[in-house]
Design a protein around this ligand. Sequence first.
Ligand SMILES: CC(C)(COP(=O)(O)OP(=O)(O)OC[C@H]1O[C@@H](n2cnc3c(N)ncnc32)[C@H](O)[C@@H]1OP(=O)(O)O)[C@@H](O)C(=O)NCCC(=O)NCCS
Length: 240
Amino acid sequence: MRGFTQIQAVLSVAMILLMGALWGLPIAPALYVFDWLSSYGPGNRGWLDLMIIGFSASISFLTWGMFLLLLSGILQFVIRLRFEERIVTPLASLTTIRWAICGQIHRSTQPFLKHIVPSFFANAYYRLAGCKIGKNVNINSFTINDPSLVELGDNVVIGGGATLNGHLVEKGNLVLEKIIVGKNSTVGGATMVGPGARIGENSILGNRAVLAKRKVIPDGEIWVGIPARPISSLQSDASK
Ligand SMILES: CC(C)(COP(=O)(O)OP(=O)(O)OC[C@H]1O[C@@H](n2cnc3c(N)ncnc32)[C@H](O)[C@@H]1OP(=O)(O)O)[C@@H](O)C(=O)NCCC(=O)NCCS
């Protein structure tokens, strides 16, 4: 794309302004909540008044965070890329720009998101951002880095600190591909899962494992290590 360096510079400034709006707009309801709650104090700066102000400040911070999740999720829902198969696109392309904007919006949300995983608020945020989530899914990670490229089946557990990346830069191109986790499977804590990886149903990716791009864990298997390799099958364990 001709003039991409200049476009990148302009977009960098635009992104900072977007972050200003993303962090700033939710301050409005937060200030409203602060004024409302703190008005119940006696207003004399005594200990009771100060405690009410402190409580009002923390509730208004939580209000800010909830509206941040909502706004961030809606923006990603609108901007996200929609595709089923793998995408390979030059770094200097409109597709990359759309992906990068979503990534930046998600990163701007992570400082608050990390405090509310796992919870239905976090699941609702990830859903808004484009992640397909089944029933009874437990997400304890704020680093599902490309939410719109991730599908989680019913009863899936994503352990704390698990990082799911639906993207990779290879040979000057951005590669985007979905990560799919089948129902009843566990993605262990502190794992890394690459783009295009598939985890079957009733499977486990062990703690701290690295599941490389496009690797497939068949149904009912346990994989551990770096790079992740099978250690056993849950079905064969059950039949012992
Ligand atoms: C992978 C896992 C399921 C294995 O549990 P298990 O079936 O009870 O297996 P064991 O603990 O008996 O270990 C079997 C072998 O695998 C090895 N192993 C177990 N977990 C491992 C891991 N995360 N990485 C590397 N090796 C591992 C053990 O050292 C053992 O090796 P050995 O046979 O040479 O002694 C479990 O360790 C795990 O990581 N579960 C995921 C938990 C998690 O992160 N949940 C998310 C929410 S907190």
